[in-house]
Every structure is written in structure tokens, then in C-alpha cells.
Design a protein around this ligand. Structure first.
Ligand SMILES: Cc1cc2nc3c(=O)[nH]c(=O)nc-3n(C[C@H](O)[C@H](O)[C@H](O)COP(=O)(O)OP(=O)(O)OC[C@H]3O[C@@H](n4cnc5c(N)ncnc54)[C@H](O)[C@@H]3O)c2cc1C
Length: 380
């Protein structure tokens, strides 16, 4: 049983196990194997259970859970199916800027609908020339009368192909002639918004990924999120917290790879005995277990700092970097332990975990960017 630092964690693990056995285990293979297609039905089930708005304040329809509870939920969902975990993480990523920086009117208008699953939100930052270098935005916003008019293209946006609300980042000139990034709430049924589903994603296939084109998309003046020119700060602040959630995805993937490996090693016979009797296999299991626990503790530390209102940028980057690289180690060792029965997906979940893990080292800041964040803070 995973180690908890807080009494509130185990009931969450138990609740998710129950949910997973009923709602994830029967469908996760189908969600992974079929062509890219978003399952509203699966999303609605997550919303009904409260998992798309777990940390959102209760007054807006969310669960009001702490960050330590949120990452416990994320670890457990990712244990059962990393793609489903990601499906629940995206609305959290997209609504955080709204509940942390939005005004009361904006929060009341959009958050309860996001919490109930009635509308699907996306976090719309990345562009072809603005990935790691996210400040290099080409998308523009211009104030015309009562509206901002947005033009540009966004890539790799989770649920961007199906979302109803985009938290969109765009550059804008202010009265002093400075060009800075601002954040906007954009309803996607607005003329000029078009999107398509990106094809052939390697893993995390329950959650879809979109390419969005904005052609003279109008959003009302009152839909600017936070102050003009503060959009990049909002994005960075959001990503700081979200990285702890990605660390939890890594921990969930690692734990699953470990548990499957232990089960398999005890039953697979080679040379007349279970492979679990071989020191070569035992060492792999020992290293997987140790690294997984270290990653979990790092995620707990970052979430606890966040819950206590302390600075957590470095710890979040460390947890994300370490936990996702441990997850790579664990899925790789699990593949080795399962060998042919790991590589061929019809025999075990290892082939899927191997594919699902990879993007955790890429999104919400690549692990090179995490190293940059850590070193930059330490060398100040
Ligand atoms: C499945 C998926 C889902 C995503 N979801 C979203 C989403 O919902 N919303 C959103 O806005 N974005 C999303 N992204 C975008 C994601 O955050 C970016 O892909 C990521 O930040 C990297 O940008 P890039 O792919 O353009 O790589 P690049 O920035 O082109 O990087 C290429 C390589 O150069 C390295 N590199 C770049 N700069 C530096 C540096 N300064 N120091 C060291 N190394 C460096 C990188 O680490 C990487 O190895 C998603 C991406 C994927 C694949």
C-alpha cells in the first residue's frame, strides 16, 4: 500500500480504486486502441465523480481539496489509466488561471459549468514557435470597440479539439507601445475558432490533442483574465502547480509498472523456478520500488509547500523531472521483466504504460526546462 503523509489520502485511494474498477478497467483498452476520438461519456463520468474539479474551490462547484489530496487522486487515476488521469488533469490546468486570477463574475459564469462537465476547458498556450520558449507568442489580440480580436494558431492543446472554453494567451500592445502577453477567456463557438484533432499520438490516448486556428475571433472586453500584460505570469504560475500533478502521474505509472512486475515475476517460470528467485530480477524490483518511493515523497513535499502557501517552484520542477524519469526507468524495467509479454500489448498493460509515460517528460515544460528552472533559481 503506498505510503501516505496525511490521513486524508487513503480514503481517496480507496474511492478511486472503486471508481476505476467500475469505470476505467472495462474501457481503458478501447479508449487507447481506437482512432483518436474524445469520449464525452468517459469525461462526464469523471466530472460526476468530482475528478475534473478536485482542487477547485467548493463555492464554484469544485471539490475544494488540498494539493496533497489532489496529487493522491492524480496518482491513483494514473495508476489505473494514465490517459484517464490526464483527462482529469486538463480541466484542472485550464481552470486554475480562472479561479486564481479571474474576477468574481468570470468565476461564477464559467467555473460551475466546468466542474459539472457541462463545458470542457482547455489551456491554450503553445504555438509552433512557442513551445519551451512560450513567451515567443505570435497570436495577437487587438482591442476593437467592446471586443478583443484574436488571430493566430495554437498547437498540442489537450482537449483543444473538443473544448468549449479556451484560456488563450496572446500578445498585445499597450498604450506605452510595449508588447506583452495577456490571457483571455474565449468561448469556442465564436465565429473564427476552428480546431482539429491531432493524429497518431503515441500514448495517453483517452485524452485528445488539438490544433486550433483563430481567425478574427472576438471575445468581449470583460473576458480578459487578470490584468493586461500579466498573461505570462498567469501561465507560469499555473504551470508551477500543474507540474506537481505531472509528478503524480509519473508516480502512478511507476507504481503500476512495479506492481505488475512483482505479480509477473512470481508466476513466470524459467529454468524450473519463478523468475522472482533470480537476483537479476530482484535488483530491478528493488530499484523500481526505491525510486518510486523517492519520487512520491518529492511530490508530497512540493504539494505540502504549495498547501502551506510557501514557495514551491524549485520543488515542483524537481518532483516533475525526477518522478517522470523514474517512471521511464520503471516502465523500461517492467518491459524487461515481462520481456515478450511486455512488448506485445495483448498480454499486459506494460506496452501501454511504456507509451503513456513518454509525454510526461515533455509536457508542462520539458525536463530540460525543469533543469533550467531549478538551476536558475539556485544560481541566483
Ligand atoms: C501530448 C501533449 C499535450 C500538450 N498539452 C498542452 C496543452 O494542453 N496546452 C499547451 O499550451 N501546450 C501543451 N503541450 C505543449 C508542450 O508543453 C510543449 O510540447 C513543450 O513545452 C515543448 O515544446 P516543443 O514541443 O515546441 O519543444 P521545443 O521547445 O521545440 O524543444 C525541443 C527540444 O529543445 C529543448 N530545449 C528548448 N529550449 C531549451 C533550453 N532553453 N534549454 C535546454 N533545452 C531546451 C527541449 O527540452 C526539447 O528537448 C502539449 C504537448 C504534448 C506533446
Amino acid at each position: 500500500m503506498p505510503y501516505n503523509v496525511d490521513d486524508r489520502q487513503q480514503p481517496i485511494r480507496d474511492q478511486i480504486k472503486e471508481f476505476a474498477e467500475k469505470e476505467i478497467v472495462p474501457v481503458y483498452e478501447e479508449l487507447d486502441r481506437r482512432p483518436e476520438e474524445f469520449s464525452r461519456e468517459h469525461y462526464k463520468k469523471l466530472a460526476k465523480a468530482g475528478y475534473v474539479s478536485f482542487a477547485m474551490p467548493k463555492e464554484y462547484g469544485g471539490g475544494g481539496y488540498s494539493n496533497i489530496e489532489y496529487i493522491t487522486m492524480m496518482e491513483e487515476l494514473s495508476y489505473w489509466d494514465p490517459g484517464t488521469g490526464l483527462m482529469a488533469a486538463i480541466p484542472q490546468l485550464a481552470t486554475y488561471p480562472l479561479y486564481a486570477f479571474g474576477n468574481e463574475e468570470q468565476k461564477k459564469k464559467y467555473l460551475p459549468k466546468c466542474a459539472s462537465g457541462e463545458i470542457i476547458p482547455s489551456f491554450v498556450l503553445t504555438e509552433r514557435e512557442a513551445g519551451s520558449d512560450a513567451s515567443n507568442q505570435s497570436t495577437t489580440a487587438v482591442l476593437e470597440g467592446d471586443h478583443y480580436v484574436l488571430n493566430g494558431e495554437k498547437i498540442f492543446i489537450m482537449h483543444g479539439d473538443v473544448c468549449d472554453l479556451g484560456v488563450v494567451y496572446a500578445k498585445m500592445s499597450d498604450n506605452a507601445g510595449r508588447t506583452r502577453i495577456s490571457a483571455f477567456l474565449v468561448e469556442t463557438d465564436t465565429p473564427g475558432w476552428s480546431a482539429r484533432t491531432l493524429q497518431h499520438k503515441m500514448g495517453m490516448r483517452a485524452a485528445t490533442t488539438g490544433l486550433i486556428t483563430l481567425e478574427n475571433v472576438k471575445t468581449p472586453k470583460e473576458n480578459m483574465l487578470g490584468e493586461q500584460g500579466r498573461g505570462f505570469i498567469i501561465a507560469l504560475n499555473t504551470l508551477d502547480g500543474a507540474r506537481i500533478g505531472v509528478a503524480a502521474q509519473g508516480v502512478g505509472i511507476s507504481q503500476r509498472a512495479l506492481d505488475e512486475s512483482i505479480k509477473y515475476a512470481k508466476k513466470r517460470i524459467a529454468f524450473g523456478a519463478p523468475i522472482a528467485k533470480l537476483q537479476a530480477i530482484q535488483w530491478m524490483i528493488a530499484e523500481m520500488a526505491t525510486k518510486t518511493e523517492a519520487a512520491r515523497l518529492m511530490a508530497y513535499k512540493a504539494a505540502t509547500l504549495q498547501d502551506n502557501g510557501q514557495k514551491y517552484t524549485v520543488e515542483a520542477a524537481q518532483a516533475k523531472m525526477y518522478a517522470t524519469e523514474v517512471a521511464r526507468f520503471c516502465v523500461d524495467r517492467a518491459m524487461q521483466i515481462h520481456s515478450g509479454y511486455g512488448y506485445i500489448g495483448e498480454f499486459s498493460i506494460i506496452e501501454k504504460l511504456y507509451r503513456d509515460q513518454r509525454v510526461t517528460e515533455i509536457y508542462e515544460g520539458t525536463n530540460e526546462i525543469q533543469r533550467f528552472v531549478i538551476a536558475n533559481n539556485l544560481l541566483r
